[in-house]
Design a protein around this ligand. Structure first.
Ligand code: SF4
Length: 501
């Protein structure tokens, strides 16, 4: 680490007290050099921040166009330390992990390829999601810029997503307009990644040969990536994946507690040091995890688009005729996008053998959360954490719900968790654990998870013990796509109940 710290350039204004006695004025970020779309079309485009499989699939989906799209590796503790070394104090840890991951990648280019900073700045661009907050999310781009400047990459080009365009984040003066068709393949890659991730978590805890699920998923990645790269139809590729997955031998009658993982989007989704490898840790302790697909976040964004659009319209005058055609168009477009997303997800899920799984009904979740969490409050996951907990208790979806969030996350720790204490007091049967990740202190994190898991294991055991033992176990129950209709929570309990009905 020492070379990282030694290479930090203090900003010119460090230690300057010239702001004292001055009138407050609007702060504006200074961007020294502006870029044209042409600069970007000739650069290598870096991106990342989803699950490992999804980043790789999106890379494959774009590679058929050209080879200039590179997904960054999964952020690790070294990325976190790099982010802390170059970042401002008091940020939430997804900032440190993701900003540090980019700086680390660029430093590696210097070390391994012998590239100079100027060369890297001229040849590479980073594209990321951005928002206007209200939490620290609104400051991510500024954090990237500060860290890159201090690490010696002054002028490195950053572009952020805004709906269907990518802009250089300062008023959109230079906007790269991608046609909507550009996003179709990456979106399909995200959906397929979601489904394969869900299947991984449904299968891996029950595999008879350790490592066989991961191996099969890797084969599925090769099949799908090849279809993307060769511009072939995805449907036969997904059918082929199903056969690969069916070759994994499972014992699905092992009694395991189901753990729903939710919370702040990045902390709950990342699969590495960012949440102390929570999913793998839970599996090693005998649990089955239920991850949140990225599609849930996209559906929430669509819902938020419609909800806040209506709110804004309430303040504006209606046109003379009383019919607001502009609003109708927006509402219809949002409804159409939602339908298309759900339609593709259902089709891909069926082909890959994901049964008994539907994307969340966002309106229903909003209705569930509304009595506890004002829907007008957005930022982070908004009301969704509260809604997910209520739904999982009422519908017995899991034996344990873990809400994972970065230390000091404003929407998740400060707002949602305050409300969750009321939810839990009204539902005494809930087994709920809210847990923070700070990037340090894994031992404390693991021990709290283990304690909550103990109760979940007991619940899973009691649920299965209450069922009679079937005379015969048909082979079909070991097929990963066999999901019997049952109101039980655990996988083994669902199967046993159906066999003894
Ligand atoms: S939701 Fe929380 S962790 Fe995510 S950017 Fe906002 S404050 Fe940071």
């Amino acid at each position: 680490m020492s070379h990282h710290c030694n290479s930090i350039k203090p900003t010119e204004s460090n230690g300057s007290l010239s702001f004292a006695n001055q009138k407050p004025r609007q702060w504006r970020e200074k961007i020294d050099k502006r870029f044209t779309p042409k600069d970007v079309t000739e650069s290598t485009i870096l991106f990342g921040g989803m699950t490992i499989l999804q980043d790789r699939l999106v890379m494959a989906s774009l590679t058929h166009k050209d080879k200039r799209y590179i997904a960054l590796p999964n952020p690790d503790f070294d990325a976190f330390r790099t982010g802390k070394a170059y970042g401002n104090r008091g940020q939430c840890n997804p900032t440190y992990f993701t900003v540090g991951n980019l700086v680390k990648y660029l430093q590696k280019l210097q070390e391994e390829k012998g590239m100079s900073s100027e060369e890297i700045v001229a040849k590479y661009v980073y594209v990321t999601a951005n928002g206007c907050g209200p939490c620290r999310f609104g400051m991510y781009i500024t954090e990237y810029r500060k860290a890159l400047r201090d690490a010696g990459f002054e002028g490195f080009r950053l572009f952020s997503f805004e709906h269907n365009r990518v802009s250089d984040t300062e008023g959109g003066a230079h906007t790269l307009s991608f046609p909507p068709s550009f996003f179709i393949k990456p979106l399909k890659a995200v959906m397929i990644g979601d489904i394969l991730n869900i299947l991984t978590h449904q299968m891996r805890p029950y595999e008879l040969e350790p490592g066989s699920t991961d191996k099969a998923i890797e084969q599925c990645y090769d099949i799908v990536a090849d279809a993307f790269e060769q511009k072939r139809s995805l449907l036969p590729a997904l059918r082929k994946c199903r056969k690969v997955l069916q070759s994994v031998k499972l014992d699905r009658l092992q009694v395991k507690p189901k753990v729903l993982i939710m919370g702040e989007f990045w902390a709950a989704m990342t699969e590495g040091d960012g949440n102390y490898n929570l999913h793998k840790f839970l599996e090693s302790e005998g649990a089955e995890c239920m991850p949140q697909p990225i599609m849930n976040r996209l559906l929430l964004s669509i819902w938020e688009g419609g909800y806040f659009f209506d709110k804004k319209r309430d303040f504006e005058e209606e046109d003379a005729s009383g019919i607001d055609f502009g609003s109708m168009k927006v509402k219809l477009s949002l409804a159409l996008v939602k339908r298309i997303f759900k339609g593709y997800f259902t089709l891909y899920a069926r082909l890959l053998g994901l049964r008994g799984y539907t994307l969340p009904d966002i309106e229903k979740l909003a209705a569930l959360g509304k009595q506890y969490f004002p829907l007008d409050v957005d930022g982070g996951e908004g009301h969704m954490e509260v809604s997910h907990l209520i739904e999982s208790i009422e519908e017995k979806l899991a034996h344990l719900v873990i809400s994972v969030k970065p230390f000091g996350c404003m929407p998740s720790s400060s707002v949602s968790d305050g409300i969750q204490s009321l939810v839990v007091s009204r539902y005494p049967s809930a087994n709920f654990l809210s847990i923070e990740t700070s990037g340090e202190g894994a031992a404390n994190f693991y021990s709290r998870v283990q304690m909550a898991l103990y109760k979940a294991k007991q619940a899973a055991k009691e649920e299965t013990q209450s069922l009679p033992t079937p005379a015969e176990i048909p082979a079909k129950v070991q097929d990963y796509s066999y999901v019997p209709p049952s109101k039980k929570t655990g996988t083994a309990a669902k199967i046993l109940e159906c066999l003894t009905k």
